[in-house]
Design a binder for this molecule. Structure first.
Ligand code: CP
Length: 316
């Protein structure tokens, strides 16, 4: 695997999930795999889990880690080919990606969408430009449309905690005051489609995700109907895809409460975090044994460790 940009880059989901779970059991088994290698983590946006878990994953493989908050600490980059750079961009990604490749053996990128122009966001100009011009593998740490490290984590968590062969997993939209990307739900849908689960998405009218992603998945607008018998409820907000980037409703009846859980099969509640308490999920749920959000976040390290090892193996 030259780059890890999306779930589609994984050739065998089940065995890769199994490898990540195995790494969690044998945390220090691969502590020399990345010796004398360096990973550079470039953040165009804020992070808590991705930054710390990816750093820890690389360190557990014996790698050196360099981190840069690009928007605050580096030059403003240009991505357009042939542009006359006489306004505010100082350095072209062509040079930047090649130069960073001389310092790093893997480059991780986090670059969110602007949620203004769908076509621009879907072009994934930042991560795809780095993938094009870097001479080392590029790792997606959440781009405009995908968060594959989170999806691997989520699949690991379901695999570890399921008590039946084919659990019912519900992806439930929830309200949020700000417009959030579709990256997490997109990648979660992609990975669930490849797992042995009964998968349902529930959201209000106007919140359908990209149909190229959700095609073939059951979608319900009645939350209660969707939650019936659920073994896992993955709660997540996203902004509208059709009315691109808009917040169409903040209907609080879509917040997940204990009352909602009564119709589930003692569901485990998931969220990628950060979560706004009592807006997205009620305190009573997050503070109950139903919540597995911290277990989920713990798995971020081992999802990243498995993928970084794959990228290092490619170089051999
Ligand atoms: N879930 C996730 O990616 O968390 P951060 O935004 O804190 O990295």
């Amino acid at each position: 695997m030259k780059n890890f940009l999306d779930i589609d880059d994984i050739p065998a989901i089940d065995s890769w999930i199994g490898e990540a779970i195995e790494m969690k059991k044998q945390q220090h088994e691969n502590s020399n795999v990345g010796k004398f290698k360096t990973i550079g983590l470039l953040f165009f946006n804020a992070s808590l889990r991705t930054r710390l878990s990816t750093q820890k994953a690389a360190q557990q493989l014996g790698m050196e880690v360099m981190i840069m908050n690009v928007t605050k600490e580096s030059w403003k980059l240009e991505y357009e080919d042939g542009s006359i750079m006489n306004v505010d961009t100082v350095e072209h990604v062509k040079e930047a990606a090649k130069v960073i490749s001389q310092y790093c053996d893997i480059i991780g990128i986090r670059a969110f969408p602007k949620l203004i122009d769908k076509q621009e966001d879907e072009s994934e100009i930042i991560i795809r430009s780095f993938a094009k011009y870097a001479t080392v593998p590029v790792l997606n740490m959440e781009s405009a449309t995908a968060h594959p490290l989170q999806a691997i984590t989520d699949a690991m968590t379901i695999t570890e905690l399921k008590i039946k062969n084919k659990p019912k997993v519900v992806l439930q939209w929830a309200p949020h005051p700000k417009a959030l990307p579709q990256a997490v739900p997109n990648s979660f849908v992609k990975i669930m489609k490849q797992m042995n689960v009964e998968f349902v998405i529930t959201h209000p009218q106007g919140y359908a995700l990209n149909t190229n992603v959700t095609n073939g998945v059951t979608i319900m607008h009645d939350k209660s109907e969707a939650l019936k018998g659920a073994d896992f409820v993955y709660v997540k907000n996203w902004s509208s895809y059709q009315e691109y980037g808009q917040v169409l409703t903040q209907d609080s009846s879509w917040m997940l409460t204990q009352e909602d859980l009564k119709i589930t099969s003692q569901a485990k509640v998931m969220h990628c975090l950060p979560v706004r308490r009592n807006v997205v999920i009620a305190d009573e749920v997050l503070d109950s044994p139903h919540s597995v959000v911290e277990k989920q976040a713990y798995n971020r390290t081992y999802a990243a460790q498995m993928i970084i090892k794959k990228l290092l193996d490619y170089e051999k």
